[in-house]
Write a protein that binds this ligand. Structure first.
Ligand code: HEC
Ligand code: HEC
Length: 378
């Protein structure tokens, strides 16, 4: 072997040695127990009893095609995929969505939405299908009315596939067809489930007592996890397998709009829910038992609902910048610094005493980011 050959050989050996260095598992028993609560992943598939085409293979296939078809917009200029781009984690990479005008909010990614209690940043809907109606009928988004939506589907190549699922379109009102389209879209969106990440493999290894496997999870990510479940208190709101409790909180993000005025957040969501004929308690829900309608029946406006937003999932968040309901934070590092130097003056709702400036070192902040990235490497 030549001298250079030996040198390269040595280098390769050193590099392989470095990359296979195994971390110790540094979690305490209590931290391990807390970690286990963020799984298992993926959750079991549950069908939506309020949507009778939930899980139906024909509806899923048609929903996938419709999602990207511009017939969904009145002037054929846009589709769901214009904002929820499948190539960009079903989001758009913009701070705030661009519809017919710039909207006030950031486009949510559409992963893992099956079985949520509330949808949208302010929980305007209590089912996935009801949430899908909003962009269809909003003049600033796809801009249909039920009549134009039904006519567009009637004249399209999708009519036979639609009628194979729901029967003759002639027999339906325009509103029924429009609600059915939102249910077909929901059947598809329910299938968007993110995969197992290196965090999940670590969590499963801990659950199975396989410490050899657990040591493959890098130490910086373990230290970040310790901050997440420990002094960062992140799990208080970002709990469970989806890393969200699904409810509404104040994370001290300003809720002023650039054109003046404010985004009322959950307060507006509650108004919309209480006015909506499309809740789980209404006539458009397919199950007579009205399972799940207890939540909307118990919603009451409280002053503290003002300016609070739904806790986002952190699965695949590393791919869905910019962040927060208004897209005001450009990357994960900025979100971590937001929590690190949280502006206590900005906390406007009652009872969020949980957030405090964290006093993280640069190393801590990097570790926390390394942990969040392991929720997105599936
Ligand atoms: C102009 C951009 C735009 C278009 C077009 C659009 N969306 Fe959205 N989508 C958004 C924004 C912004 C939000 C956040 C809404 C809010 O909370 O105010 C959102 C939220 C959602 C949510 C809620 C996700 C969650 O985590 O609760 C669903 C579901 C959804 N959209 C589905 C659709 C479907 C289906 C279509 C097509 C019929 C569509 N969207 C078209 C921008 C868009
Ligand atoms: C009091 C509840 C609460 C706590 C504690 C909390 N969060 Fe959040 N988190 C939220 C809410 C609510 C939002 C959305 C705020 C908004 O858009 O106005 C959010 C947004 C985020 C986002 C942006 C996700 C997206 O898709 O836009 C990240 C990342 C995040 N939090 C990480 C963390 C980390 C890391 C910690 C711990 C240091 C933490 N959170 C602690 C409630 C909380």
């Amino acid at each position: 072997m030549t001298w250079t050959g030996r040198l390269i050989g040595t280098l390769v050996w050193v590099l392989c040695g470095l990359s296979s260095t195994q971390a110790d598992v540094i979690l305490s028993a209590d931290e391990t127990a807390q970690t286990l609560r963020h799984g298992p992943w993926p959750p079991e598939v549950t069908l939506d009893p309020s949507n009778r085409v939930s899980g139906d293979a024909n509806a899923i296939a048609l929903g996938e095609v419709l999602f990207s078809d511009p017939i969904l917009s009145r002037d054929r200029a846009m589709s769901c995929a214009s904002c929820h781009d499948p190539e960009r984690d079903f989001s758009d990479g913009l701070a705030r969505a661009e519809g017919r005008k710039r909207l006030d909010r950031n486009t949510q990614a559409l992963w893992n939405l099956a079985g949520q209690r509330w949808y949208g940043w302010s929980g305007d809907s209590d089912s996935l299908w009801a949430q899908n109606l909003t962009p269809l009928l909003n003049p600033a988004e796809l801009g249909h009315d039920p009549q134009s939506m039904q006519s567009a589907l009637f004249a399209s190549v999708h009519r036979p596939a639609y009628e194979a699922i729901y029967g003759e379109m002639d027999a339906e009102s325009a509103l029924e067809t429009t609600v059915n389209i939102s249910k077909i879209l929901a059947a598809y969106i329910e299938t968007l489930r993110s995969g197992k990440t290196s965090f999940d493999h670590f969590r499963d290894a801990l659950a199975n007592g396989d410490m050899q496997l657990a040591t493959q999870y890098p130490e910086p990510a373990q230290r970040g996890l310790q901050i997440f479940i420990g002094r960062g208190n992140c799990t208080f709101c970002h709990s469970g397998p989806k890393f969200t409790n699904g409810e509404f909180h104040d994370a001290a993000v300003p809720y002023f709009l650039e054109q003046g005025g404010v985004d009322p957040g959950r307060a507006e969501g509650i108004d919309r829910l209480l006015e909506s004929p499309f809740t789980l308690d209404g006539d458009f829900a397919d199950d007579a038992s009205k399972a799940g309608a207890w939540a909307v029946r118990n919603v009451r406006f409280q002053h503290g609902n003002f300016g609070i937003f739904r806790v986002p999932t952190l699965r695949r968040a590393a791919h869905t910048a910019p962040f927060m309901h208004d897209g005001s934070l450009p990357d994960l590092a900025a979100v971590i610094q937001h929590y690190n130097h949280i502006d206590m003056e900005r906390l406007h709702s009652d009872g969020e005493a949980i957030l405090r400036p964290l006093e993280l070192s640069d190393q801590d902040a990097e570790d926390l980011e390394a942990f969040l990235e392991t929720l997105a490497d599936d």
